[in-house]
Design a binder for this molecule. Sequence first.
Ligand SMILES: [Fe+2]
Length: 167
Amino acid sequence: MVTLAADWLGVMAKPCPLERVWHYGRMNEIPEEKKMSSSKIDSPFVVNRIKDNPFISGGLRVYREYRDLGLAEATGGKVHAQIIRTTKPCPEGGSGMHYHDLDFQMVFCLKGRSTVWFEGQGEQNFEAGDSWVQPPGIKHNVLYYSEDYEVMEITLPAEYETVQVKE
Ligand SMILES: [Fe+2]
């Protein structure tokens, strides 16, 4: 019994995976002046079903299809989330150098691979399971993506301007 108890305590003393990603744990490491106010984003309970919300073309890029997850409507335009998938091969030279005029942008790679050049960071290779945050206004160019490339993108606010930059 003593051994079992010691093992149990030993396991409990180690940080469990949940603790490592639990935002309160990380929040304690952020300097007080960098913490944001506690202003909440009001949203109702939202369910977005694939059968009711299929992928559609006509978004920012002609070589992509987009599936809106309904967050813009739910949050009064504060947040947008969408799934973006590839429909055509990567254009020569990639997406072209551009930036997005927004407050926050996160991308999570669901399928496939890509290579993206970021201002000040150089080329970054991504694969399914990887995620990244693009600071507001960072110039970037999607240089390569695989045929099955698919990502989820979250932005604040929901509507923003994309600016192509001359290289
Ligand atoms: Fe972009």
